[in-house]
Design a protein around this ligand. Sequence first.
Ligand SMILES: [Zn+2]
Ligand SMILES: [Zn+2]
Length: 375
Amino acid sequence: MADNDFYDILGVSRGVGEEDIRKAFRRKAMEFHPDRNKSPDAEDKFKEINEAYQVLSDKNKRAQYDQFGKAGVGSNGGGNQPFDGFDVFGGFGDIFDSFFGDGTGRSSRQAQRGSDLQQRVVLKFEESVFGAEREVEITRLEQCGVCSGAGNEPGTSLDTCNTCKGNGQVRRAQRSVFGQFTQVTTCTSCQGRGSIIKTVCSNCRGGGKERKSRKIAVNIPAGVEGGMQVRLSGEGDAGNDGGGAGNLYVYIDVQEHQFFQRDGSDLLYELPMNIAEAALGADKSIPTLDGEDEELKLPQGTQPGTEFRIRGKGVPHLNGNRRGDLRVTVDVRVPGSLDDRQRELLEELAQSFSNSGKGGRDDKGIFDKIKEALG
Ligand SMILES: [Zn+2]
Ligand SMILES: [Zn+2]
């Protein structure tokens, strides 16, 4: 096809006049314009037509072509020349204005992005801290696999829209006090497509889309919190007319942990201590989410509510390698019941405090509680 004669391409005979070449070109270009003709070879054909016209519309080039063939006009036979939208028309924009709407040649149909979808996942507390791989199952609109989104039954052709003659736009002359002007609107008969489906695709009933069930792998980063969403771009519903697909938002829910709570990138842990440990000091094993306990040395006279920090044992920052801290808060538990021996010891202790003047204001926290417990 690439070696076709330029006259054959335009469908004219050799001796034909300039005006006839121009008319033939217009007719052929209309027929094979890639925006209007959806057959797979339309673009190649359109390039060929354009190339033929470039030569035959130029007196000198045409004479050379008549004498020497394609070698005379330096043509490579078409097909390999860069095709850059509508620049090829050069000075012929005026002609094509009336055919292709606004002169850009693009139909006025608006690209529409597909809808976003949302899916919820429930994470274990540890998964939210260290990240997780999950698979979510969604149902989304995808391009119809039978008609590739065209909407017509494969093998059937499209009719050119009668209202807009395939243009996708309708021009209307309107009079106003300022004079006459032309209004261009999207053709309502074909919604700007320029064509009408004769036989609708039996799979999508002409809509060009179908619902598909998909399993999507979701990489949940370390450090997420309940209420956050992970965005998977382009995994939502398919768009319309060249508009991209929507996004899939994976909504994160996190289960509570038996021991730990979250405060930003810190983990919170309440350490239960008895009054003797608080008063005397103690070595305590603190559980961590990493699995290995951390040893924490509590000094004598540790007050209730005192906070200790274990660095770097908290939650990883969402963007970065650093981790928050594990914050340990001391929760001094006053015994609710005592055996005889314990009561005896505490009474002795109470006596000792009152003799020495201890257990006053400064030490209120623990010793008030002791007194309360002793009733
Ligand atoms: Zn279909
Ligand atoms: Zn139309």
